[in-house]
Design a protein around this ligand. Structure first.
Ligand SMILES: Nc1ncnc2c1ncn2[C@@H]1O[C@H](COP(=O)(O)OP(=O)(O)OP(=O)(O)O)[C@@H](O)[C@H]1O
Ligand SMILES: [Mg+2]
Length: 226
């Protein structure tokens, strides 16, 4: 199930006028592939993710998530689509301080209203997949930055999303740990068949992506591989 942005334009109010954050952006991300988005600060990268996540409604254009055209959905239907189909990883892992790694994942399944029986096994499998099987009972303050980001990624995959949106997952990590997180995302994308979009500043992390696009002043172009 893919992600499709078709001719998407997004503006924000800016003094007397409007600021164009996304300018006629079209992007198709097939299932099981990883697209990296690079570009200068303020170019529109996070805006692109916000539109893909259905958190922000564009002025014009079409956003389709897992075959559903989101333009016709009510706010409630969008919230349900996010719960069921979209995994989001923000730059700072916003983990709950009092919960263990395992519990952070189990909370997600509770929110989706899925059968409790399947929670624990799936949460354990995902922690295993991100290399944290032996840290499952640690709370965030007992984990390193890289480990916290891996919990964050595992949590985003808890509800088996079709689309995985990741904003600068490596910016708080040193190079080696950043590379490990990138490897992990590439592997999970292929294994779990997500349509993954990843914003990154670090061009040295682009070796394992299927495609890299550049955003500049809200316009999207294909990048030549670094
Ligand atoms: N809620 C908002 N209201 C008004 N303007 C906004 C809002 N969010 C972003 N912008 C503006 O839209 C443009 C694109 O912002 P965006 O956050 O998408 O950039 P970015 O590429 O993610 O930057 P960075 O690399 O610094 O995170 C910027 O000029 C920004 O100031
Ligand atoms: Mg940003």
């Amino acid at each position: 199930m893919s992600l499709v942005l078709d001719d998407v334009t997004l503006t924000y109010p800016d003094g007397e006028g409007r600021l164009t954050a996304l300018d006629a952006v079209s992007l198709t991300v097939p299932a099981g592939t990883l697209t990296a988005v690079v570009g200068p600060s303020g170019s529109g990268k996070s805006s692109l993710l916000a539109v893909a996540a259905t958190l922000v409604t564009p002025d014009s254009g079409r956003v389709a998530v897992a075959g559903t055209d989101t333009g016709v959905l009510t706010a409630a239907a969008k919230a349900e689509l996010r719960r069921e189909h979209i995994g989001i990883v923000f730059q700072q892992p916003n983990l709950l301080p009092s919960l263990s790694a395992l519990e952070q994942l189990q909370v997600m399944a509770h929110l989706s209203g899925r059968a409790p029986k399947s929670f624990r096994g799936r949460a354990g499998d995902l922690l295993d997949a991100v290399g944290l099987a032996d840290q499952a009972h640690r709370r965030p303050h007992q984990l390193s930055g890289g480990q916290r980001q891996r919990v964050n990624i595992a949590r985003a995959l808890m509800n088996e999303p079709s689309v995985l949106l990741v904003d600068e997952p490596t910016s708080a990590l040193d190079h080696e740990r950043g590379a490990a997180v990138m490897d992990l995302l590439a592997t999970l994308t292929a294994e779990r068949g997500t349509a993954t979009v990843l914003v990154t500043h670090d061009r040295t992390h682009l070796a394992r992506t299927d495609r890299t696009v550049t955003v500049q002043d809200g316009r999207l172009t294909d990048s030549v591989r670094a």
